[in-house]
Ligand binder design. Structure first.
Ligand code: OXD
Length: 299
């Protein structure tokens, strides 16, 4: 099964090297925009992050798309034929890394670190006593990543409520009780824009939002408005609607927002290669690939 590497903006070479070390016979070709149609006509598998416009129509033999990440939203394009299997990487180490990042941001907020950073800039030594953290955190999305986040938050003292499609509670009910809200949802048509003005207004005054999922979950203009009005106390956005963010993006300069460039945690090329090769071998045997997503759900 010839495989097209579509990992841009990540370089393909580390993934290709790790795959060849496990399965030297696996035919790999790296995508470039001016590729000859003949080189695409026999591609059966894609290892990728995002489909360039119009590419799917140039892959008549496509059988399997494997995401290089945990999310598949940029690969589930409408023109993807229904019989194509889609899978993703499920990496416990990445989940732990993301959970560590969330705990870092939650503690930074709960312990008021931004205040002390500001005091240091002003050379001001003044104390504001606080107890151990016991704030309530709502984790939206209780898949592998959300569950790891909930476990680690509880371990450091937060009171955690998880929300998922199956949990029965309404979104509004769980937002009301979250001093901190963590978004770990898959991006689907149902969750796109889920954190809009109404949802943010449901959070308690002074609430804090941490997004490690996808920028499109948040209506960014509504978030900025909620911060400007003083309703929300701040936000940590590891993901943004437009990545990479343009210099003029208003999120950069909004007080209270901490921006990081989608670095909460990545899977290693080795892990991705191992899972990709396992799926490739399954596909060769006529089986479904490892970590196949339900295309009707989008995760
Ligand atoms: C993702 C990832 O899907 O980094 O965002 O794995």
């Amino acid at each position: 099964m010839k495989t097209l590497m579509l990992t841009h903006p990540m370089p393909a070479a580390p993934f290709a090297e790790a795959i060849r070390a496990i399965e030297p016979a696996l035919p790999l070709v790296e995508y470039h925009p001016r590729m000859d149609p003949a080189a695409l006509s026999d591609v059966q598998a894609v290892l990728g992050w995002r489909f360039p416009d119009g590419l799917v129509a140039r892959l008549p033999q496509l059988r399997w798309v494997c995401s290089v990440g945990a999310g598949v939203d940029k690969l589930l394009v409408p023109e993807l034929p229904p019989q194509v299997s889609v899978s993703r990487i499920v990496d416990a180490e990445q989940a732990v890394g993301i959970a560590q990042f969330v705990v870092l941001m939650a503690l930074r907020h709960a312990r008021g670190l931004a205040h002390y950073e500001e005091l240091q800039r002003r050379r001001e030594w003044s104390r504001r006593p606080t107890g151990a953290v016991r704030q309530r955190v709502t984790v939206l999305g209780m898949g592998a990543v959300g569950s790891a986040i909930a476990r680690l938050l509880r371990a450091v003292g937060f009171e955690v409520t998880g929300y998922s499609r199956r949990s029965g509670a309404t979104l509004q009910a769980v937002l009301v009780s979250g001093d901190i809200v963590v978004c770990a949802l898959p991006l689907t048509p149902q969750t796109s824009g889920i954190l809009d003005a109404d949802a943010l207004a449901s959070m308690p005054r002074g609430g804090y939002l941490i997004n490690i999922a996808r920028g499109a979950h948040v209506v960014e203009a509504d978030l900025i408005a909620a911060l400007r009005s003083g309703h929300l106390g701040g936000a940590a956005l590891d993901v943004q609607a437009h990545e990479p963010m343009a210099p003029a993006d208003p999120l950069w300069t909004q007080p209270g927002i901490t921006i990081t460039p989608h670095i909460a945690a990545q899977s290693s090329p080795q892990t991705i290669a191992e899972q990709f090769v396992a799926g490739w071998r399954q596909m060769q045997r006529g089986e479904f690939p490892l970590n196949r997503v339900d295309r009707s759900l989008g995760y």
